[in-house]
Design a protein around this ligand. Structure first.
Ligand code: HEC
Length: 96
């Protein structure tokens, strides 16, 4: 459960965006199965099948533009404003 205000807002944003239709975060309404389970993404060493170390910067870069980081993968770019992007990235980091 996130307690940091950015991460709390990020959870709300994540659940209201298409993210939740493709990803599962156990204990939340997000139960998508197209993409990887994100329940413990914040404690994983790498994302995108080992391509990038899991940091706030790499998470934000991935979420902002997955197709530039890993061309041809099955995650589309989801339009987010800068506040949503920051908050959702904080939420991902909080998922230990
Ligand atoms: C249409 C389905 C779809 C949507 C919508 C989607 N994703 Fe993804 N996501 C994927 C897929 C597929 C991958 C795996 C890509 C790869 O590594 O090749 C992925 C990977 C990820 C990863 C890296 C996971 C890992 O295990 O390495 C994160 C973090 C992530 N998505 C977050 C989000 C967020 C946040 C949103 C909303 C802004 C979102 N995704 C929207 C399908 C989706």
């Amino acid at each position: 459960m996130p307690t940091d205000p950015d991460a709390v807002a990020g959870k709300v944003a994540f659940l209201s965006k298409p993210c939740a239709a493709c990803h599962t975060v156990r204990g939340t309404p997000a139960t998508g199965t197209t993409g990887p389970d994100l329940t413990h993404i914040g404690s994983r060493q790498t994302i995108a099948a080992g391509l990038f170390e899991t940091t706030h910067g790499s998470l934000a870069a991935w979420i902002a533009d997955p197709q530039t980081l890993k061309p041809g993968n099955n995650m589309p770019m989801v339009p987010l404003n800068s506040v949503e992007l920051r908050n959702i990235s904080a939420y991902m980091e909080s998922l230990k």
